[in-house]
Structures are given as structure tokens and as C-alpha cells.
Ligand binder design. Structure first.
Ligand code: PMP
Length: 438
């Protein structure tokens, strides 16, 4: 039974794996946005495998691509030999990127997770520049391996292992609690801070191999960076010969209302790190980088699982479906509508401190209005309330995950295929859950 499976998992699996602890359900079936538990209950899934399922669960186009590949007799695993599936995926991926990013770029299959691609990108730029350090941002999340952890902002999750290469942490423009002041002015001042720090001979910054950033921080609490700020980071790094790595592991494949989040600002990174949705629900991770940075000798960065045939077939089908059906545009439209409705909820409920996001990557920061505001005018985050709301959502058949510095941000990452009726159901259940929990 479901309860017995949950009990066994609790005993056998490490406590470091926590999803089953937050969501005590045993999914037996899923389709689109719906997950059915062993107890027969149905849930609307706003977690989507942490943003992986651009088309929701078991989309027919994805299943058909997997079945076709299986039936074709194509080799499922052949290290990184050239195959028609890899060729098709690479062509489709490059074709989906802005021309300014794709032209003159190479694709490096890493794998199988996002964190592997982050490692590869950092190492690539260390090799190309002969430097070791990195510039990274407060609130950033890039993965759980040593290099990726080194550039992750939340030291609470850091492994005790040495992470190598000095990392200079810079302020991300988190408008709601910006140390430089709220709104556009805070972002502007943070640009000035970054520039002065880098140019200060006594600023303590070790010349970096790269700057790495997310266009919208996901795990960091759904924090979008203003387009102007991103363009300034591109200018600052270009002027100083610092390669810019953009981590689009979570923001890619239509999620933010553009196929790739860099399209909003028009910045052209030196490397882009991609994973999650590019595998169409199967594990796949790549770095796309400007060919002038390709200083690697043959064999410099290898690995057994680099480009899984089924993931490439499922990923290519997903990329084509998102483009052909205008799902990025739909994400922009639905996201704007949901943001407006959530904004009205914020006006009604003081515990909803901030509503933000881009496209179908949305966050609600829950606060304690009874406690006085901080120097930014924001009330303190309320993680206990957020945990109650997550549980109340689950009771109402809605799966939402938490994120942010204090785990007080409700994160909504529905599939891009969410229907208008499902949008209504999500908003209704969420509002009801918050009202019942404050
Ligand atoms: N970068 C970003 C922006 C992410 O959101 C994540 C995962 N949440 C990662 C990297 C790491 O990916 P993975 O969990 O597949 O290693």
C-alpha cells in the first residue's frame, strides 16, 4: 500500500532526500498537470519536477518520441558516439536559441544533471582563462557538486568539502529586500557596487575565470533580475574580459515567457548551462559556449553518461512542440494574468508580502505582518506559515514547493500546457490554503 511504501522509503533512504517528507503521497499515475496518488486522490502539480516538465507529465508527443526511438533499435547508450538522435537534438537545440547565441557556439554534452553542466562550464572557463576564481551572486543556486556549491549563495546547504577557487559573492538585485534599496534604484546601485569592487585594487577580488548568474533565481525564491541589470552585467564582464555563464537550467524552454530567458534582455552569454526541460522529463544536460573558449584538449572533460539517446529524442520533441505551439508566448500571457490575480490576493492578505516572477515561474513570499518591517520596508519572512500553506495546498489537491532564503516563498512552476480551467483551480486552491493558514 501507499502508506507502507512511504514507511519503507523513510527508513531506507537518506534524510537528505526530502520531497517524500514534504509530500507524503505515492504517485501511481500522472498525465498533464495531474498526479494521482495510490489512495486515488488527484493533485494538480505546480512543481513539475522542479521545472523539468515543460509539457507536463507523460505528454503524448514525448511518449511517442520515446516509443519511436525504442522501436527503431537505435543504441540507447554508446558513450558519446555520433548518432542520428544526437544530431537531431543538437540541430533542434541550436535552432531554438537566439541566432547570436547559437552562431559560433559549440555544444558540450555533460551529464546527466544540471550540476554537471555547471561544473563543466566553470572548468571550461578556468581552462580558457587560466584563472580559478568565480563571481557569483547572493541567493544563487547552481547545484550540489563541489564547484556548483561553491557558487551557490545559501551556505546552509554547502557540503563541508573544500570547493576550490575563490568565489566573490556579489549582490543579486532582489528588489523586495535589496541591500541597496528597493526597486530600480537598488538595482542601479548594485551595478555601481559591482563595478567599483572589481576595479578596486584593494577590493580583494581574485581575478575570476567567469561570472555565473541566473536570469530568474529559482531556488533562491523566484527572483527575477531586471533586464537593464543583466545588460550591465554583460557590459561589465565584457569590458574586463570575464566570461559570462548564464545558468538557464530552470528558466529555459519557454518557462519565463520566452524560449530562453536571455531573450528578454538580449544579452549574449559566453556560455549557457542547460538541463531539466531540455530532456523532455529524462536526464540531460549541456553547455552551449562560444567556440573561442574551447581550450580543452581531447579527453579533458569526459564521463560515461553524456547524452542519453531517449532523453535526446524526448528533448528534441519537447523543444519542437514548445516552439510550434507558441507555448513560451502562452506562458508569458498566463503568467501575467496569474501575477495580476496573485497581486489582488497580496492586497487582501498582508501575509503575502511579495508576488513576483516571469512567465510561468512565479513566487509568493510569505511574511509575518505583525513583526516590524526591515530596512527595506519588508516584513520578516514566515517559513512556518509557508510550511502550513504547502500542507494546506496538498490537502486541497495542489502540489507547490517552497524556496528562497528562509523557505518562505511559495513557488509555482506549472507545466506550460496548463489549461485556463487549471489556472483557475490553482489560484482558488492557493488562495483558500493561504486564508486557512494565516
Ligand atoms: N541550476 C539551477 C538554476 C537550478 O535550478 C538547478 C536545480 N534546481 C541546478 C542548477 C542543478 O540542477 P540538478 O538538480 O539537475 O543538478
Amino acid at each position: 500500500s501507499g502508506a507502507a511504501i512511504l514507511r519503507r522509503q523513510r527508513v531506507r533512504e537518506s534524510a537528505a532526500r526530502t520531497y517524500a517528507r514534504s509530500f507524503p503521497i505515492v504517485p501511481v499515475r500522472a498525465g498533464g498537470m495531474t498526479v494521482e496518488g495510490a489512495d486515488g486522490r488527484r493533485y494538480l502539480d505546480c512543481l513539475s519536477g522542479a521545472g523539468t516538465l515543460a509539457l507536463g507529465h507523460n505528454h503524448p508527443v514525448v511518449l511517442e518520441a520515446i516509443r519511436r526511438t525504442l522501436d527503431s533499435g537505435a543504441p540507447l547508450h554508446l558513450l558519446d558516439l555520433a548518432t542520428a538522435e544526437k544530431d537531431d537534438f543538437t540541430t533542434t537545440l541550436l535552432g531554438s536559441l537566439p541566432a547570436a547565441v547559437a552562431d559560433g557556439s559549440r555544444v558540450h554534452f555533460c551529464g546527466p544533471a544540471g550540476t554537471d553542466a555547471v561544473e563543466a562550464a566553470l572548468k571550461l572557463m578556468q581552462t580558457a582563462t587560466g584563472r580559478r576564481g568565480a563571481l557569483a551572486f547572493t541567493g544563487a543556486y547552481h547545484g550540489m557538486t563541489a564547484g556548483a556549491l561553491a557558487v551557490t549563495g545559501n551556505v546552509g546547504v554547502k557540503s563541508p568539502l573544500p570547493s576550490g577557487g575563490e568565489v566573490t559573492r556579489l549582490p543579486y538585485p532582489y528588489a523586495y529586500r535589496c541591500p541597496f534599496g528597493v526597486g530600480p534604484q537598488g538595482a542601479e546601485l548594485s551595478v555601481a557596487y559591482v563595478e567599483r569592487l572589481l576595479d578596486d585594487p584593494a577590493g580583494g577580488v581574485v581575478p575570476p575565470a567567469a561570472m555565473i548568474l541566473e536570469v530568474v533565481q529559482g531556488e533562491g525564491g523566484v527572483v527575477p533580475a531586471p533586464d537593464g541589470w543583466l545588460r550591465e552585467m554583460r557590459r561589465i564582464t565584457a569590458e574586463r574580459g570575464i566570461p559570462l555563464i548564464v545558468d538557464e537550467v530552470q528558466t529555459g524552454v519557454g518557462r519565463t515567457g520566452a524560449m530562453w530567458a536571455v531573450e528578454h534582455s538580449g544579452i549574449v552569454p559566453d556560455a549557457m548551462v542547460l538541463s531539466k526541460a531540455i530532456g523532455g522529463s529524462l536526464p540531460l544536460a549541456v553547455v552551449v559556449y562560444r567556440e573561442e573558449y574551447d581550450g580543452w584538449q581531447p579527453g579533458a572533460h569526459t564521463g560515461t553518461f553524456r547524452g542519453n539517446t531517449l532523453a535526446m529524442a524526448a528533448g528534441a520533441a519537447t523543444l519542437r512542440y514548445v516552439a510550434a505551439n507558441g507555448l513560451a508566448e502562452r506562458a508569458a500571457l498566463l503568467g501575467a494574468g496569474m501575477t495580476a490575480r496573485l497581486g489582488a490576493l497580496k492586497d487582501r492578505l498582508p501575509a503575502v508580502g511579495d508576488v513576483r516572477g516571469r512567465g510561468l515561474m512565479l513566487g509568493l513570499e510569505l511574511v509575518d505582518p505583525a513583526a516590524g518591517p526591515d530596512s527595506c520596508g519588508a516584513h520578516p519572512a514566515d517559513p512556518a506559515l509557508a510550511a502550513r500553506v504547502r500542507a494546506a495546498c496538498l490537502q486541497r489537491g495542489l502540489i507547490v514547493e517552497l524556496g528562497g532564503r528562509h523557505d518562505a516563498v511559495l513557488r509555482l512552476l506549472p507545466p506550460l500546457t496548463i489549461t485556463d480551467e487549471q489556472v483557475e483551480a490553482v489560484l482558488d486552491r492557493l488562495a483558500d490554503a493561504i486564508e486557512a493558514s494565516v
